[in-house]
Design a binder for this molecule. Structure first.
Ligand SMILES: Cc1cc2nc3c(=O)[nH]c(=O)nc-3n(C[C@H](O)[C@H](O)[C@H](O)COP(=O)(O)OP(=O)(O)OC[C@H]3O[C@@H](n4cnc5c(N)ncnc54)[C@H](O)[C@@H]3O)c2cc1C
Length: 502
């Protein structure tokens, strides 16, 4: 075993939690490696509603610690990644099935002031009979509330955390499964199988401390790779979304409360679509096989049709996706009541080999979760550098939160031969790194082979070289959402192109 195979910290899982922990740890001076068995963000972290939010409804479950932490993360994360994170206004139409208006107003005032809002605009009351957000709704809605949260490109949030970790010296292994984690001489022997070990070859790495951030698979890692019997810590709760052609023209998101007390969102998505979700139901199967059921589809269609003037129908569905929330099992009876807060459990110590198991969490609190994990790591391995991520930038995010539009204009001026929608899309995905991708291109002809929509080889090459993309799925559904726009022939051409680069 060479020095290259010995680390302070080994992270299992390349979702948002694993990537954030690896980034924070390497930035503090620990040697770090991470292994992801599939693509980065191929688990829950690309299947979210994609909100950086306090979670208005968690207030009703008295999850004040979580809401407070999540609210204050909104502007911290927006500043960290002003390309992939943007503010979003939410419209809550009031009706007689909801809490009285005065109670909602008080809840929203609390939401506004609990979490250090600086740039996000405050809550306001709307007259839906006059306001443009009332127009797509059924007649009869008069009073509405508009409040702020943020939106994040979840899969890119993971990849940018992993990219920054790697830029700071972490080893990031994709398509590499951790098959065994065994204690050895006050540390761990971690066995890897996959791309980084070579086909069919096992590679062993030594680590002083292991972090199990395997999301929905966290119990499987404990019982399988770690060999501990009968561990049950997470409750798997499925959530599905449908994507339909754009239902309305303004840029606000709706939050609708249904007759069963649950809420769904209708969110402007990828310019031409509306995203509707989510459901909440207990899940028993393998997390990788999760997909929307007819019952969930009907639920989402009917919940949205309760509010929109034009019913939302099955034939409007363009795409669906589902994910599994790995919630800490707190014994709550209803899936939507299970805590959304995270729980960290330390097993062992520096003498025996320590492991930290991560249960639950949200995209929104991933940075704070990583800081909490780092406190535990410091307790075992001793302190190195100070906490640093609160004022940091993710790759490409080196501009001010309110400067996104100005950055789009600047990029457009530098690349006048490229279509403006493409300029905006690239800035949203890559921020200042869009310039690395575009190089000295004068027009789309300079960007190489075309794969449909406005996807060209230059972007694909960037994704392969800088963002661990390997397959057409990685490119079309996680690094970008071009999958919504390209045809089967484009996908086949992209697959051939990627295979030819191996
Ligand atoms: C429907 C839905 C909506 C949501 N909406 C929001 C939202 O709007 N806002 C918000 O803040 N949060 C939201 N969340 C929560 C958020 O998405 C999750 O908390 C978060 O993505 C979990 O990340 P993770 O890293 O723990 O898990 P994952 O993203 O699943 O990552 C775990 C990774 O570990 C890998 N892995 C497992 N076993 C091994 C092994 N043996 N070796 C190597 N790798 C392994 C897996 O392949 C996987 O990629 C939502 C979740 C769902 C399901």
């Amino acid at each position: 075993m060479t020095d290259r195979d010995q680390f302070d910290v080994f992270v299992i899982g390349g979702g948002i939690n694993g990537a954030s922990i690896a980034r924070d740890a390497v930035g503090r001076g620990y040697t770090v490696a991470l292994a992801e068995m599939n693509d980065l963000a191929s688990g829950t972290s690309s299947a979210a509603t994609k909100l950086v939010h306090g979670g208005l409804r968690y207030l009703e479950h008295y999850e004040f610690r979580l809401v407070q932490e999540a609210l204050s993360e909104r502007e911290i994360l927006w500043a960290e990644a002003p390309h992939i994170i943007k503010p979003l206004r939410f419209v809550l139409p009031h009706h007689k099935g909801l809490r009285p208006a005065v109670v909602l107003r008080a809840g929203l005032a609390m939401y506004d002031y609990m979490g250090g809002r600086r740039l996000l605009p405050p809550t306001k009351t709307l007259d839906l009979t006059k306001h443009e957000t009332g127009k797509p709704l059924k007649p009869g809605y008069r009073l509405g509330f508009e409040y702020s949260d943020c939106w994040v490109d979840d899969a890119r949030f993971v990849v940018l955390n992993a990219r920054d970790a790697a830029d700071k010296g972490a080893q990031v292994h994709v398509r590499t499964r951790v098959t065994s984690v065994r204690r050895d001489a006050g540390g761990w022997l971690v066995e890897l199988d996959g791309e980084s070990s070579g086909e069919g070859v096992r590679r062993t790495i030594r680590a002083k401390l292991v972090v199990n951030a395997a999301g929905p698979w966290v119990d499987d890692v404990i019982t399988g790779a770690m060999g501990k019997n009968g561990s049950h810590n997470v409750r798997l709760v499925k959530g599905s979304h449908i994507v339909v052609r754009k239902l309305y023209d303004h840029d606000r998101c709706y939050i609708f409360q249904n007759a069963d007390g649950r809420i769904i969102f209708a969110i402007p998505y990828e310019d031409d679509f509306t995203l509707i979700g989510t459901t909440d139901e207990d899940y028993e199967g393998d997390p990788k096989d999760v997909k929307i059921s007819d019952k969930e589809t009907d639920y989402l269609l009917s919940a949205a049709s309760e509010y929109f003037a034009k019913p939302v129908t099955r034939d409007q569905i363009h795409w669906t996706y589902s994910g599994v929330r790995p919630l800490f099992d707190d014994g709550a009876s209803a899936a939507q009541e299970a805590t959304r807060d995270y729980v960290l459990k330390l097993d062992g110590d520096a003498a025996t080999g320590a492991a930290i198991n991560v249960f639950g969490g949200k995209l929104t609190t991933s940075r704070r979760l990583a800081e909490s994990v780092l406190e535990k790591i410091e307790g075992v391995l001793g302190k190195k550098g100070a906490a640093w991520t609160k004022t940091s930038r993710l790759p490409g995010g080196d501009f001010e939160p309110l400067a996104f539009d100005a950055e789009v204009r600047r990029l457009g001026m530098d690349y006048p031969g490229l279509p403006s929608p493409m300029i905006k899309r690239l800035l949203r995905l890559y921020g200042s790194k869009a310039r690395v991708l575009l190089g000295d291109a004068k027009s789309v002809e300079d960007l190489g082979q075309h794969f449909g929509s406005d996807l060209y080889a230059a972007e694909v090459v960037y994704l392969v070289e800088h963002e661990w993309a390997r397959t057409a799925q990685d490119v079309l559904w996680r690094r970008t959402k071009q999958g919504l726009r390209v045809g089967a022939g484009d996908v086949a051409r992209l697959e051939t192109y990627l295979a030819s680069r191996k």
